[in-house]
Design a protein around this ligand. Structure first.
Ligand code: S3P
Length: 166
């Protein structure tokens, strides 16, 4: 089976869904942010602070290239991975792209107690969420499937994704 790439904005549940689905399907769970932290020996916030976003995006792209060589994986991707057309092409060629989405207010609730998302460490995170969603919506629309996770449980999201890949 090809890879399943879970894409979508921060706080839409990609990592939790990927971990649970991989367990159910006996596939390999991969989290690109985790791989980046291991590779760099730094937390994501530290990579942004010390090396900058451009460096982060280059590194994210290289990690994706490496991961895409394997198959039978459920891959949780960082929310910004879709902003690079090569990344999109690679994901399309090596798997199925499933986008998880949620309303801005839901994203805010799910992300507000976590300090590990540098892009949302700002004075007005809900405005930042809306701004980024606007910038990225046409990229997220390139996914093969979209699932709105705003009003459903993790279990239900896992079931929906699972049904797409039987
Ligand atoms: C980012 C999302 C984060 C992480 C980094 C940048 C983004 O991943 O890659 O903070 O640009 O949306 P999650 O979507 O897994 O939180």
């Amino acid at each position: 089976m090809k890879n399943i790439y879970l894409i979508g904005f921060m706080g839409t549940g990609k990592t939790s869904v990927a971990r649970e689905l991989a367990k159910q399907k006996e596939m390999t769970f991969v989290d690109l942010d985790d791989l980046m932290e291991i590779k760099e020996g730094l937390a994501i916030t530290e990579i942004f602070a010390q090396k900058g976003e451009t460096y982060f995006r280059d590194s994210e792209k290289k990690i994706l290239v490496g991961v895409s060589r394997n198959d039978f994986q459920i891959i949780s991707c960082g929310g910004g991975i879709v902003m690079d057309k090569d990344n999109i092409a690679l994901m399309k060629n090596t798997g199925i792209m499933v986008c998880l989405s949620a309303r801005p207010e839901v994203i805010l609730t799910r992300t507000k107690n976590y300090g590990h998302r540098p892009l949302l460490n700002v004075d007005n995170p809900v405005n930042k969420i809306k701004e980024l969603l606007k910038e990225r919506s046409h990229f997220y629309a390139l996914a093969d499937y979209n699932i709105d996770t705003s009003d459903i449980s993790l279990k239900e999201v896992v079931k929906k994704v699972s049904e797409l890949i039987v």
